[in-house]
Write a protein that binds this ligand. Structure first.
Ligand SMILES: Cc1cc2nc3c(=O)[nH]c(=O)nc-3n(C[C@H](O)[C@H](O)[C@H](O)COP(=O)(O)OP(=O)(O)OC[C@H]3O[C@@H](n4cnc5c(N)ncnc54)[C@H](O)[C@@H]3O)c2cc1C
Length: 327
């Protein structure tokens, strides 16, 4: 923005209805004009951070990848399969984006090779229903031209690497003075009291979970609003820090890598019920909880068909019954 820029609409028209942009004449940090300059300093009690965690791509760090001679893109920039026609494509990652994109591309590509860190080193499996798609263990080395060396011993001459390993947490606008440690995908300060969300007294972070999300975000928003307006009481700082430590100890004891900190799949129903109770709202419906688990299971077990064929008709009926009752 240029330094001389002033708004091109008047304050009265731009303000929120609950938060009008009223000029404050006596405050030297503020611009009292009706069309003020674009910068005004104002003190707030809290900032709710909701910038998402699907914005800053993560790329795999594997020996030789930076000098590999082929093309590399991230799933974030993938749009259509056509640019991959007749190409040999390596997908790194085997979760939801890789499941979708590999199948999209297999229709036009010469070969699709999916590298997964979740399978045994010797794995190399042709994918059922495809004569040009294989699941491999992870890539070991990219150091020679366009060759790709897998841990299972196979070597593929590839044209493109498609990174499907997700995103980094990224808060370029926060000077956190070391209070929050942003590791690749993990926030170092989190409190798990009954597994509740990442929290900071002045930077509540909303939405940094893996799981069934939107209804949970709704409750997280209510919960944060409750905290900020003193309707909901937080435990002391010490109790929360103890809780953080206990949470990470339990991860360590169960052998769960820290990168799964935000994956609440195992305790999602308990977390949702806790959030709802904190907000004074009825607990999440049973059908919603069950539907999520059934959907996730189907996604991995039947990636080709799960979107068009299902067996949880009874849950769908219960959901629609509830929708009819709601005002
Ligand atoms: C491929 C894919 C498929 C998905 N499918 C599903 C699904 O079927 N069902 C489901 O429930 N969830 C799904 N999700 C997850 C879902 O999209 C997210 O959980 C949800 O969008 C998160 O909402 P959010 O508001 O926290 O973040 P976002 O939707 O990511 O919104 C964050 C916003 O903040 C803005 N922003 C970022 N940085 C800054 C900054 N520095 N300054 C200002 N603004 C900034 C961004 O531009 C964006 O508008 C999917 C995600 C992906 C990647």
């Amino acid at each position: 923005m240029y330094q001389s820029l002033r708004t091109n609409l008047p304050r009265e028209a731009m303000g929120f209805r609950d938060y009008p942009f009223v000029a404050i004449e006596e405050d030297e940090e503020r611009d009292p004009r009706r069309y003020p300059s674009h910068r005004e300093d104002e003190i707030f009690d809290a900032v709710v951070v909701c910038n998402g965690h699907h914005t800053e791509p993560r790329v795999a760090q594997i020996p030789g990848i930076n000098t590999w001679k082929g093309k590399q893109i991230h799933s974030h920039n993938y749009r259509t399969p056509e640019p991959f026609r007749d190409q040999v494509v390596i997908l790194i990652g085997s979760a939801t984006s890789a499941i979708d994109i590999s199948r999209d591309i297999a229709g036009v590509a010469k070969e699709v090779h999916i590298a997964s860190r979740s399978v045994a080193d010797e794995t190399i499996e042709k994918q059922p229903g495809y004569n040009n798609m294989w699941l491999h263990s992870m890539v070991k080395d990219f150091s020679h031209g366009r060759s790709v060396f897998f841990r299972n011993g196979s070597v593929v001459l590839a044209d493109v690497i498609l990174h499907c390993i997700g995103y980094k947490f990224h808060f370029p606008f926060l000077e956190t003075n070391g209070i929050v440690t942003v590791m690749t995908t993990v926030l170092g300060l989190c409190t798990s009291m009954s597994s509740h969300p990442i929290w900071l007294r002045r930077f509540p972070l909303l939405g940094y979970m893996e799981g069934a999300l939107f209804p949970m975000f709704e409750f997280q928003s209510k919960w944060i609003a409750g905290i900020l307006s003193n309707r909901i009481a937080l435990p002391s700082q010490e109790e929360m820090m103890e809780d953080v430590k206990a949470f990470y100890s339990s991860l360590e004891a169960s052998g769960t890598p820290k990168r799964y900190t935000h994956n609440i799949a195992d305790y999602q129903p308990g977390y949702e019920d806790w959030l709802a109770a904190e907000c004074g709202c009825p607990a999440f419906e049973e059908w919603r909880k069950q539907m999520y688990f059934v959907a996730i299971e189907n996604l991995f077990e039947r990636p080709e068909t799960y979107r068009d064929e299902w067996e949880d008709h009874h849950l769908v009926l219960q959901a629609h019954e509830d929708f009819r009752k709601s005002p």
